[in-house]
Design a protein around this ligand. Structure first.
Ligand code: 6PG
Length: 238
């Protein structure tokens, strides 16, 4: 497994700016290689400022929006206008220019919804944005989840230990097939999980975020504290 790229930013504003710039650069590179770029978004709180900056000047004017398809790494099984919906968060943050391909996770047959979503996407997503839970989960891949043992399907229905319990999530094979991965995490409560994901003995059943170890990890100083204290990394002053 290749070494992770670590970007440690001094605060939330610097983290959002660095994340938006990273995403814009990867999207432009992907659209130089192919007609359409597929970017899977993470839900949760941390990535929202990144999406908002991506959809605002100056970056918004630099992106070929009509050639970007935003999809999702996971979704909660709630209606698309529910406050817990990752689609709703992304639509609010990115605004109308974004072509959002939502997961129809509110469908009664969740496995059918997951399979249909998987089939609607190219085999290799260009970019996947992931968050990190304090328990080491990413997307809706939680420790001990049967979804971690999926070897064939790219999206599956699963259950989370926190509400909303019913979810649809990207699986390890689809993460492995992705071009670039960006993991964003902030706050001291994520420091232990970030350290385990980046350096711990490899056991994705215990720390699913290790599936993204090869990615670029964009942390604020608090989430990277274990590494900064050890002198293993320094905080960017950008
Ligand atoms: C979700 C996310 C999930 C999230 C982490 C971190 O649907 O909840 O995909 O994996 O990224 O729980 O969430 P915060 O960024 O809110 O801490």
């Amino acid at each position: 497994m290749t070494e992770p790229q670590l970007l440690i930013m001094a605060d939330a504003a610097a983290q959002a700016a660095a994340g938006a710039a990273w995403l814009a650069e990867r999207i432009l590179a992907a659209t130089r290689r192919r007609e359409t770029c597929f970017v899977a978004l993470a839900g949760g709180r941390t990535p929202r400022p990144i999406y908002e900056l991506l959809a605002a000047p100056p970056l918004a004017g630099q992106l070929p929006w009509e050639r970007i398809r935003f999809c999702f790494g996971d979704e909660r099984c709630v209606p698309p206008d529910d406050p817990a919906s990752n689609f709703r968060m992304a639509r609010e943050a990115l605004g109308t220019p974004a072509r959002l391909r939502r997961i129809e996770a509110e469908r009664p047959d969740r496995e059918a919804a997951a399979a249909a979503y998987d089939a609607s996407l190219p085999a290799a997503l260009d970019v996947v944005v992931l968050g990190l839970g304090a328990d080491g989960h990413t997307a809706s891949l939680f420790p001990g989840s049967a979804a971690l043992r999926e070897t064939r399907r790219g999206y599956v229905a699963t259950r989370a230990p926190v509400a909303p319990v019913d979810r649809i999530t990207i699986t390890p094979p689809r993460l492995a097939a992705a071009g670039e991965i960006l993991v964003v995490a902030s706050g001291a409560e994520k420091a232990a999980a970030a350290e385990r994901a980046l350096r711990g003995n490899l056991d994705v059943d215990v720390c699913p975020a290790q599936l993204a170890r090869r990615g670029t990890w964009l942390l604020d100083a608090a989430a990277a504290a274990r590494r900064v204290e050890r002198g293993d990394a320094r905080v960017s002053r950008r």
